[in-house]
Design a protein around this ligand. Structure first.
Ligand code: CDV
Length: 339
């Protein structure tokens, strides 16, 4: 029996530093309503969707910084779906019966993380929470020029501590031939690291949901040629984004729904679009056509994961973990000594 479902990457266009959450929420709810009209079962939203991508700014005022986070402390039962700031989004996804993954800055009251939750459209329950493991950039700003695109995730967030735990989307069990889809979550820079994908591959994951904010021009972050043109930088950013998602979907025999915050924030900071749905053979089956709010929709059949999982990438049969010890050693690169 086929295990078909309709999925969407919900791309979100420019959000400026002073864009109020209420305005963002109206746009997100519009995307949910459009998705419902097209019978979407699962919609994936970007990283830190409710605000602009604030880690690009050097923020010294604590009240200002704190305003970009969603409080998830005991006063709201420790669950973002109860947060007065954004509850309206989760209430609407439940009314419409759509599963959602959405990213946000999580403030537990003691710690801050770059987080994404997966919420059931059937019950409104959080089925899984993921905290971004690979935080790119620096603790200190590249410089204090307010027009510089900094990348201060290491300053504002702790590295994720929940691991790469796949889970069953029980909300989608009935429409998937009685077998709940196996889902894994990643956030932005995580998609560039093979290690997380393989952790999910080893749990039989069928869909990776991944939101991102990928700057289309940040030579100070990347290093290399500082005179790179904006056009070339954009091309390279799109190329690498597609390269890693397509390659890792293929080598782990799974679908990926990946959704970007895109457009030109504050007239200065471009983010790539490229929201897409990739199949287990690594092909892009649907892709965004604009840099604006846009739904990228595809019907997928999870049984399409089987060929790769049973043959070329049968992980139980063909892996040689006894040869992979270096992968879990501490530290970075250890080059062979010169003889
Ligand atoms: N938000 C991110 O994690 N962005 C990184 C880079 C561009 C800073 C990324 O890997 O896309």
């Amino acid at each position: 029996m086929a295990r078909k479902l309709k999925v969407a990457a919900a791309q979100v266009g420019a959000i400026h530093r002073n864009t109020p959450r209420t305005e963002v929420l109206t746009r997100l709810i519009q995307l949910l309503e459009d998705a419902a009209k097209q019978n979407v079962n699962l919609a994936v939203f970007p990283e830190t969707t409710f605000t602009t991508f604030f880690p690009r700014y050097y923020i010294t005022d604590e009240d200002d910084l704190s305003s970009y986070f969603e409080k998830e402390d005991e006063s709201i039962g420790g669950d973002i779906t109860n947060s007065p700031n954004v509850k309206i989004f989760f209430d609407r996804s439940k009314q419409l019966g759509i599963d959602v993954q959405i990213g946000y800055g999580e403030d537990t009251g003691k710690e801050r993380y770059n987080t994404a939750v997966y919420v059931s459209g059937k019950t409104g329950d959080v089925l899984n929470k993921y905290r971004k493991v690979h935080l790119p950039g620096t603790i200190e700003p590249f410089d204090l020029d307010p027009d510089t695109t900094n990348q201060l995730e290491k300053r504002y967030f702790l590295p994720g501590n929940l691991g790469f735990n796949a889970f069953r989307a029980t909300s989608l069990k009935d429409i998937c031939g009685g077998q709940s889809p196996i889902i894994g979550q990643l956030i932005c820079n995580d998609r560039r690291w093979a290690e997380g994908w393989r952790c999910y591959g080893l749990q039989g994951t069928e869909i990776i949901c991944c939101g991102y904010n990928t700057t289309a021009y940040a030579p100070k972050l990347w290093g290399g040629d500082q005179s790179i043109t904006r056009e070339k930088a954009y091309e390279e950013a799109m190329f690498h984004h597609k390269l890693v998602v397509q390659a890792h979907a293929y080598t782990n025999s799974l679908f990926c729904i990946t959704s970007g915050r895109s457009g030109l924030d504050d007239g200065l900071h471009p983010l790539i679009p490229g929201s897409m749905i990739v199949n287990p053979e690594g092909h892009i089956i649907a892709e965004s056509k604009t840099e604006d709010d846009e739904l990228v929709i595809a019907e997928i059949d999870l049984d399409d994961c089987n060929q790769g999982k049973e043959r070329t990438f049968n992980l139980g049969k063909h892996r040689r973990p006894e040869m992979y010890g270096r992968l879990v050693e501490d530290g970075g690169v250890k080059i062979p000594p010169e003889p």
